[in-house]
Design a protein around this ligand. Structure first.
Ligand code: ADP
Ligand code: NA
Length: 332
């Protein structure tokens, strides 16, 4: 049996979005409790699987750290650090590269999405990414990984790697980690048409809400977001066939802790013309205090770096013995 332990990460590959907030950060904050160890990481080694300007990367890592701290991740309760400082991740990833099968990687839909039509030109790192992610999780023997829907397949691969390692070496060393994917914010879609996930690296800034967007920008983006014209009633059955409208109701639900049914019941009479400004007000009410605090924290990069370094020390204290034992098991 393994101590309950949570691990999760976010890539510093662009500004944090409302998708990151609802799908990950908000739930990470809620998972902090005295009987659960929580480990949260800015996964900078994952960011460089696609080109990152070296001049911006450290700033991106600090922005993630500031976002997590501002949203309520408490470094007294949680370990908060950036991946590249704890080299055990990369060392375990190599061992997992030798455990995972090429056929498993070939089934990863995110690689296909991210590499696009020209997969031959994608980096080898982008292809091997899920193996590093398995190492991120298993170097801490993490038992639970809170993620959005988009990461479900990668957590399943992590389970496959843990099982194969345990079988191959006849040990019960790595836990078979559970994904934690629940609630209305696990799949926030873009504002353009609601058919693709909202992402930091999405094509246009208008299709996502950034955690650092100001109130006017948030209002403008929701106003422009595609929905059905007023006159078409808001009802739950109807929403099923209207991804762009359903997405906005889900976002409201995620921000308010009302169920989608309750949201629809509240606004069905008034319609989309009333709903969209109310959604913008709600998003601003939730995000403004966090973004104000984020900006304040980002004014002192040295302090953020100090906190990340302290977190990395704590992370290493868990990771180093697990890596040493792994080397023993493998015969290295
Ligand atoms: P991005 O796709 O924005 O670059 P990451 O890959 O860094 O995000 O993911 C960080 C966390 O945020 C993961 O747990 C991921 O599942 C979650 N996440 C990212 N985008 C969304 C979204 N649109 N809806 C819900 N969760 C999301
Ligand atoms: Na992602």
């Amino acid at each position: 049996t393994f101590t309950p332990r949570v691990f999760s990460g976010i890539k510093p590959s662009g500004g944090l979005t409302l998708g990151n907030y609802l799908g990950a950060i908000k739930r990470w904050v809620d998972m902090q409790s005295p009987d659960m160890e929580t480990i949260y990481c800015a996964v900078d080694l994952h960011a460089i699987t696609v080109w990152q300007d070296p001049k911006g990367l450290k700033g991106g890592t600090r922005e993630i750290a500031a976002g997590l701290l501002a949203a309520g991740i408490d470094p007294e309760h949680s370990i908060l650090f950036n991946q590249s400082q704890v080299k055990e991740h990369t060392e375990l990833a190599w061992i997992f590269n030798c455990v995972a099968r090429v056929g498993w990687m070939n089934r990863m839909t995110q690689f296909k999405d991210k590499a696009g039509k020209n997969a031959e030109k994608a980096s080898l790192g982008l292809y091997a990414y899920p193996s590093l992610m398995a190492a991120d999780i298993l170097i801490y023997h993490a038992t639970h990984v809170p993620v959005g829907e988009d990461q479900k397949q990668h957590v399943e691969l992590t389970r496959d790697i843990a099982n194969k390692f345990n079988n191959d070496f006849g040990v019960d060393f790595f836990p078979v980690t559970e994904p934690v994917i629940e609630g209305p914010g696990t799949r926030v879609m873009n504002l353009r048409d609601g058919t693709k996930k909202m992402s930091k690296s999405g094509e246009s800034d208008m299709e996502r809400i950034n955690m650092l967007d100001d109130a006017d920008t948030i209002a403008k983006k929701f106003k422009k977001a595609k929905t059905d014209p007023d006159g078409i009633p808001m009802d739950l059955d109807g929403l099923a066939g209207r991804p762009e409208a359903k997405n906005l109701v889900d976002i409201y639900s995620g921000l308010s802790d009302m169920t989608p049914a309750e949201v629809v019941a509240e606004y069905a009479g008034a319609g989309w013309g009333t709903f969209k400004p109310a959604l913008a007000d709600l998003a601003v009410a939730k995000l403004a205090p966090i973004s104000d605090e984020m900006k304040r924290l980002m004014d002192d990069p040295a302090e953020i770096d100090r906190k990340l370094a302290q977190g990395a020390d704590k992370a290493r204290a868990i990771a180093t013995p697990i890596l040493e034992k792994t080397y023993d098991i493998v015969g290295l």
